[in-house]
Ligand binder design. Sequence first.
Ligand code: HEM
Ligand SMILES: *[C@@H]1O[C@H](CO)[C@@H](O)[C@H](O)[C@H]1NC(C)=O
Ligand SMILES: *[C@@H]1O[C@H](CO)[C@@H](O)[C@H](O)[C@H]1NC(C)=O
Length: 364
Amino acid sequence: MAFKLLASFVSILAALQVASGAVTRKVTCADGNVASDAACCALFAVRDDLQQNLFDGGECGEEVHESLRLTFHDAIGISPKIAATGVFGGGGADGSIAIFEDIETNFHANLGVDEIIDEQRPLIQRHNISVADFIQFAGAIGVSNCPGAPRLDVFVGRKDATQPAPDLTVPEPFDNVTHILERFDDAGKFTPAEVVALLVSHTIAAADHVDPTIPGTPFDSTPEEFDTQFFIETLLKGTLFPGTAGNQGEVESPLHGEIRLQSDFELARDARTACEWQSFVNNQAKLQSAFKAAFRKMTVLGSDVRTLTDCSELVPTPPPPASKAHFPAGLSRKDVEQACRFTPFPSLPTDPGPVTSVAPVPPS
Ligand code: HEM
Ligand SMILES: *[C@@H]1O[C@H](CO)[C@@H](O)[C@H](O)[C@H]1NC(C)=O
Ligand SMILES: *[C@@H]1O[C@H](CO)[C@@H](O)[C@H](O)[C@H]1NC(C)=O
């Protein structure tokens, strides 16, 4: 009798636990950490290793920028259009860029990504994690070091690639807007607005290879801040030099020490994307929410998200924004090339002080 009562009490308890969901499904991992799912347990040690040994103790520096770029170059390697011709069209975020490094880093668009692949490799080998999951996880953890960033989502359970992605799936800075929008549509039905949202990533970015004579040249004046300066500075008046010998895809910036990609320059001005581009200026909340959503979509390309496990709880809360939207010293609204026909450019303060040049991102 007493046993029967106890048994029914236990089953009521179990039913209550199911009803209350995630809160009661917590598991204690072998290392003492508590996770929502056992599949997330391995990530605690990976996160610590990344922060200590790849991101220099939690910086938003070159390795973070390169790790974020790598999430894209792996994930965008998928093309239903190529697959429809009977040729393997790539598996999306499947680790192929690192697993088939010898092949994919020879694709022109992947120039320079071998550096971060080689830096990440020993960490992958030290842990129980797939290459595909690691690449996306490293990007999300890295971005959490950048002031103003959103807390990105993390999933695990992707299958590692058994074949390389085909060439020409990664957009190039000299591709025209139509071609770029078509590529994103093919890869994952990204809308033009989602393409602009993904380019928020260029707020923490620099180029080493677009103009090899000036390595580490940033895309905005604050490459360590996840802020809206990129959207302001790409809209400043400047000259377009498509296809200059040796520097294809490079556009001059009115700020000394800054580089602009021809693709960013054109997306900022194209009728299909200009208003969306301008809408990020001085809108930190939108910058965060739109990038978070677009990154989440990108990061699961090639997988059915329902087969993956959400381990977003592992991602630290990023530091708050450390800068306010502004015109760089010496510049004002008259220097803006107004491209959105429907909304005036927001009014912004001008940075006080003398006109300075933008410092390169130091190599580490
Ligand atoms: C139209 C699409 C895109 C084009 C044409 C493009 C092109 C480029 C180029 C040429 C560079 C400079 C590489 C170098 O010379 O070192 C770069 C850097 C970068 N890109 Fe993109 N990109 C695009 C979209 C994206 C997306 C969607 C992401 C991430 C979600 C991303 C993240 C980055 C980051 C973080 C860097 C900086 C890397 C560093 O500082 O080391 N890009 N991109
Ligand atoms: C490695 O991770 C997988 C997937 O989460 C898990 O099934 C397996 O038990 C883990 N192996 C070790 C040695 O921890
Ligand atoms: C855009 O690029 C594609 C692919 O290179 C090309 O076929 C097309 O003609 C270009 N369109 C324009 C308007 O330049």
